[in-house]
Write a protein of this length. Structure first.
Length: 125
């Protein structure tokens, strides 16, 4: 692992950390943070309706969607703490978002983990 990186297992929200490829002098380290991605209610509704044994009412879907959004928010808070720790302890300067598609860009920006991390780093400096 890159010598400037802290012990990843000791960082907030880390369930496990593995090294896919060992080398003596890495030029690049990639840290893949598994994410719960934002999805629109329409897509969520299709998914939960398909997974349900019984048809769900709109109210039931709304309740499940609200619970899902709370879970996503909690996961993203953990990710923000992890990202801030990497910035502060290892000097990470770039964060890339995997799986973002154009159709979801506006909604993503309104709830963006990356934006909140950048704001938090600026407030600490």
């Amino acid at each position: 692992m890159h010598r400037n990186l802290p012990d990843l297992q000791s960082l907030p929200g880390v369930a496990s950390a593995t090294v896919a490829v060992e080398c003596d002098a890495p030029k690049l380290t990639i840290i893949h943070v598994r994410d719960w991605h934002f999805i629109e209610r329409k897509t969520f509704a299709l998914d939960v309706q398909d997974a349900s044994d019984e048809p769900l009412t709109d109210d039931e879907v709304d309740t499940l969607f609200a619970e899902h959004r709370e879970t996503v928010a909690a996961v993203q808070q953990q990710q923000m703490r992890l990202t801030l720790a990497l910035v502060k302890q290892a000097g990470i300067k770039q964060v890339f978002q995997e799986g973002l598609v154009a159709e979801e860009l506006a909604a993503y920006r309104s709830a963006s983990l990356t934006s909140r991390c950048a704001e938090a780093v600026q407030q600490d400096n």
